[in-house]
Design a protein around this ligand. Structure first.
Ligand SMILES: C[S@@+](CC[C@H](N)C(=O)[O-])C[C@H]1O[C@@H](n2cnc3c(N)ncnc32)[C@H](O)[C@@H]1O
Length: 744
């Protein structure tokens, strides 16, 4: 594995001291260890951490495979609370060593239900430097596929418990310009249901001004008259980049890497970062990151942003996460001006002077590709460079920005005074006006997961297209409810290319909503004014989603088509049509239960023991009569329909249920069924029994046996899905009535 121009270019940049060059290159040629993060609420994370420490590390200690001792998984030392792990074994070991096979199976199941997330170690870094709190307004500008979004969501939900989800007062908008990747983002984040979550599909470099209604408690006249701009407390700019820090896992980069890659991305990266600076609250923080080693995509972008926005400075985070081995940002670099690694020009001026006059206007490079003359004053050494040979990772770059102290108070006032109209005016500034991705230069980019793929739904908007206050009038108030961001008809006026269903909030006294609350016996504190539906007419046809109040105000104050809102809130309840003459039945969805649980009256929750849980995992529809007392009488006395059961923590001969588990049940006339999907059942079984005892797994293994020995060899990468068409979830098996809405 070699690329002459890669070596020539980075040697010229002097990113690595000469005496480390060989070990840097050697590390780049070694396979990357497998790294993963335990996700989910603190309680679940704790349980899984203990399972790995106490069950799997001893099991995997001293495994000898083909005469070689294989090291067990270890914790990544710099990741807080020991929640990130790494191990380095080949697929052959995973397939053949019974101990690793078992561990791998555990990881696959927990990954499928979202309790474990496979993520490159360095990619875990940016969220660690954001210090997100549950009340923060956060935006992840380039979020897909969403591994960092998941970390940000977890931080927003720091107060969740094992059984119930808090409703944080803040919000997280995950944005990506690629609509296909935005769908991926929605899919990934479904594992962490949050009423504080929104997904948008926009070009981050021209992200529109979002409005917030003026606060009823704010007496200032200017604020009363006009909505204010939604400013963010934390912004992540994990921008598209050439990705050469991922060489260890994306081997194709060795072949296709070329020195101009970074030059073409510098402009877009700068515009995204500088747009973020305009969207930041006065005392907010921005983290800028790339998985590229190239100073043109890193320090040059940072320097350009600081020089254009002198109220910002780099934050010195060298004392944070001290076990992370890092190198400071560099202050000298020399962009290449051609594909042959010509890095001989010390400045833009010198380069331009070298060209014949008639060629100067064709130049794609700009002054900001070179170090600025005031480079020393910018403290670029506060940026972090992570190299593969330092701690066996990929390459990465992180910079943290805040406003200088003297600008914070004044811009606080300025920010709160700044109306959306003002901001719309300022968006006409040259750097954001008629912003288009330079398609010519992008066409030269290598195809890499981090780069914008030319032609894929790239939105080009000029600054004048940013929503203005006038759009407010377009937001329809639904007659039956509190209104969506725009009615279907208005939506098509606003942006006909946007096909998502509207987001319609129900009135708290909507008859269907009241019937649902009554039937599920929810407490009066259930936030019924934050329930939305998604279908063309905005009717309470089937599924109810819950948002928090902040998300609701954002949706209601802005045109959802203009902000290209793809998803919002958590689906919590669904309606089952009943037989003719009977009332519809509502049920709490498995993924929505943690959110709704705090509003379910305690007397509605049945209690059962570990044996009952085991029976429910081992059978699809066990008979009520097959359970022991007192659960049997309790369940037999219940009407058919949706119920909630708390399985109590217990230590038995064969296993330990270390914490209570609350799950939804469906009761038919004589039997009951756990209303969680197959994958969640399998993961639970693995966690509790160390193996998959579910009916689905038993059936699968029977099928494999009858198909012969070759069919039983299956090694999925962690994070790789075993989804197949027949892997429908239990909810559909039991309850689907086949009249699903388009979006639901
Ligand atoms: C480095 S990847 C992001 C990885 C992501 N943060 C994660 O941790 O999973 C960069 C992303 O930026 C997106 N992107 C490219 N150009 C963009 C733009 N102008 N605005 C917003 N997103 C963009 C790409 O589609 C890609 O998903």
């Amino acid at each position: 594995m070699n690329n002459e121009r890669f070596s020539a270019y980075y040697r010229a940049q002097k990113i690595i001291p000469d005496d480390e060059w060989e070990s840097f290159m050697d590390a780049l040629r070694c396979p990357l260890p497998t790294t993963f993060r335990i996700t989910g609420s603190r309680d679940i994370a704790h349980t899984l951490g203990v399972t790995i420490q106490k069950t799997y590390v001893p099991l995997l200690d001293n495994v000898v495979f083909e005469g070689e001792t294989i090291p067990p998984p270890t914790q990544i030392p710099w990741y807080p609370d020991g929640l990130a792990w790494q191990f380095n074994v080949s697929k052959k070991v995973l397939r053949r060593s019974p101990e690793f096979k078992k561990f791998h199976s555990f990881l696959v199941h927990e990954t499928e239900v979202g309790n474990i997330s496979r993520q490159e170690a360095v990619s875990m870094l940016p969220p660690l430097f954001m210090d997100v709190q549950p009340h923060h307004k956060v935006i992840d500008m380039c979020a897909a596929p969403g591994s960092k979004t998941a970390q940000l969501l977890e931080a927003l939900h720091a107060n969740d418990t094992a059984t119930s989800t808090s409703i944080p007062p803040g919000l997280l908008i995950a944005n990506d310009t690629d609509s296909r990747r935005s769908h991926l983002l929605i899919h990934q984040s479904a594992r962490l249901p949050s009423p504080a979550f929104m997904v948008t599909n926009l070009d981050a470099s021209i992200y529109p001004v979002l409005k917030l209604p003026s606060s009823p408690n704010d007496n200032r006249r200017a604020v009363k008259k006009t909505p204010s701009q939604l400013l963010f407390d934390r912004i992540l700019c994990d921008v598209p980049c050439s990705g050469d820090g991922t060489l260890r896992k994306n081997l194709g980069i060795w072949k296709r890497w070329q020195p101009m890659d970074g030059n073409g991305l510098h402009g877009l990266q700068s515009r995204i970062l500088q747009r973020a600076m305009r969207m930041l609250a006065s005392d907010g923080r921005i983290v800028y990151s790339t998985c590229s080693l190239n100073p043109v995509e890193n320090e040059a972008v940072v320097a350009a942003a600081l020089n254009s926005n002198p109220e910002f400075e780099l934050v010195d985070v060298s004392e944070q996460h001290p076990q992370l081995i890092r190198r400071p940002g560099i202050t000298t670099w020399s962009p290449t001006v051609d594909r042959m690694v010509n890095t001989s020009f010390s400045s833009y001026g010198a380069y331009i002077q070298s060209l014949p006059e008639d060629k100067r206007s064709d130049v794609k490079l700009t002054e900001t590709h070179w170090p600025p003359s005031n480079v020393e004053a910018l403290h670029l050494e506060r940026c972090m460079r992570i190299y593969p040979h330092l701690q066996d990772t990929g390459g990465f770059f992180v910079a943290v920005f805040e406003r200088k102290a003297k600008y914070r108070t004044s811009s606080n006032v300025q920010a709160s005074k700044r109306s959306v109209e003002d901001e719309d005016q300022s968006n006409s500034a040259p750097e954001t006006k008629k912003l288009k991705i330079d398609m010519d230069t992008l066409m030269q980019e290598p195809e890499h997961e981090c780069t914008t793929t030319p032609g894929v739904d790239t939105i080009t908007m000029d600054a004048n297209a940013l929503p203005t206050l006038e759009d407010k009038g377009k937001s329809a108030e639904r007659s039956r409810g509190e209104g969506s961001a725009a009615s279907p008809a208005q939506a098509s006026l606003a942006d006909p290319s946007f096909k998502e269903m509207p987001f319609t909030f129900l009135a708290p006294d909507d008859p269907a909503l009241l019937a649902c609350i009554k039937q599920l016996n929810l407490t009066s504190s259930f936030p019924s004014s934050n329930v939305l539906v998604r279908n063309p007419a905005g009717d309470p046809v089937r599924s109810f989603y819950l948002t928090n109040s902040l998300v609701k105000s954002v949706i209601q104050a802005n045109d959802y088509t203009r902000m290209r809102l793809m998803a919002s809130g958590t689906k919590v309840i669904t309606k089952q049509e009943a037989a003719r003459g009977m009332d519809a039945q509502y049920r709490v969805l498995g993924e929505g239960l943690p959110v709704v649980l705090p509003y379910i009256k305690p007397e509605m929750i049945m209690h059962a023991n570990f044996g009952a849980l085991k029976a429910l995992l081992q059978n699809y529809y066990p008979l009520c009569a097959s359970f022991g007392e007192p659960f049997r009488s309790e369940i037999e006395a219940k009407d058919p329909g949706s119920h909630i059961v708390r399985f109590l923590a217990e230590t038995s001969m064969d296993t330990t249920l270390s914490r209570d588990l609350v799950l939804p049940l469906w009761k038919s006339n004589v039997s009951i069924s756990l209303m969680i999907d197959k994958k969640a059942k399998s993961a639970l079984s693995h966690r509790l029994f160390g193996e998959d005892l579910t009916v689905a797994a038993q059936e699968q293994s029977k099928k494999k046996k009858s198909a012969g020995p070759s069919a039983s060899v299956e090694v999925l990468a962690i994070g790789e899905s075993r989804d197949s068409e027949d892997d429908r979830d239990a909810e559909n098996d039991v309850c689907s009535n086949g009249d699903g809405e388009a979006q639901e």
